[in-house]
Ligand binder design. Structure first.
Ligand code: MG
Length: 262
């Protein structure tokens, strides 16, 4: 049976009017829960994996590692990533210092190929760090989403566990520096994510309250658990599609999905 259009429309109009009067409906454009958005940098916006791999390939060539028995660069990079993640974790927990992290990730990688050469490890650490901040690979839709959020009036900041000069060079190289009002590094805050001090420092520096702030990052322990403990809402950027063991306020797999939240 075909119902005439003129019968449906008046009913639909009065139904919607009733819904608006009786519910807590607030048009989205008039209500912004968040005003300050705090981003993590590495692995969230700046494609650390791709950038590190490019630099390590250059360092591998400069030191003639193929001629020293390391024929498979991809496997070399795999071992490097393993040791780097393991040592970053120890660094984050305060078990080792920055300097040790920098050269020992090279040392342990070389050891996997039966090369025990401390001088070479230290040289590679310097070569790697000199080049890395000048790489410019960022995740797809990074500049588009930052511009989108800025246009909507959100205040954007960074909270990053990297070193001060290195993180600023990364931002300049990838043309991201102009999107952020405050860049909080672990070095400037004298604390590391997930410790509450760095989040408290970030809120104080930006004049934000925790209720109007949200943290966006790829690391469940450092970014998500850290921000949750500081009383902030969170967005877990699950680029690599892991099974989360901590429940963030929102989960996304691509930066474009932020448009659905903000
Ligand atoms: Mg990260």
């Amino acid at each position: 049976m075909i119902i005439p259009r003129c019968i449906i429309v008046p009913h639909l109009k009065s139904y919607l009017a009733l819904q608006l009067r009786t519910s807590n409906f607030v048009p989205r454009t008039y209500f912004m829960k968040y005003r300050h958005i705090f981003f993590d940098l590495d692995h969230t916006l700046w494609d650390f994996e791709t950038n590190a791999k490019e630099v390590l390939f250059e360092v591998y060539g400069m030191n003639g590692l193929a001629g020293r028995g390391i024929a498979d660069f991809d496997y070399f990079f795999e071992r490097y990533s393993y040791h780097n993640n393991r040592l970053w974790d120890r660094y984050t927990r305060g078990f080792i210092k920055q300097e040790e992290l920098r050269w020992k990730r090279m040392w342990f990688t070389l050891i996997d190929f039966k090369i025990g050469d401390e001088m070479l490890s230290r040289l590679m650490a310097v070569q790697f760090l000199e080049r890395l901040p000048f790489k410019r690979n960022i995740f797809p839709y990074t500049t588009e989403i930052l511009q989108y959020l800025k246009n909507k009036g959100y205040k954007l900041h960074l909270i990053t566990n990297g070193f001060e000069s290195i993180q600023h060079n990364k931002l300049r190289s990838s043309n991201l520096q102009d999107y952020f009002e405050e860049v909080i590094t672990s070095e400037s805050a004298n604390s590391l994510k997930p410790h509450p001090e760095i989040f408290a420092y970030a809120l104080a520096k930006t004049g934000a309250t925790k209720e109007e702030s949200i943290m966006i990052g790829d690391n469940l322990d450092a970014d998500i658990k850290g921000a949750m403990d500081a009383g902030m809402d969170t967005v877990f950027v699950n680029h690599v599609k892991v099974q989360p063991h901590i429940h963030a306020t929102y989960v996304i797999h691509h930066l474009k999905e932020l448009e659905e939240i903000f």
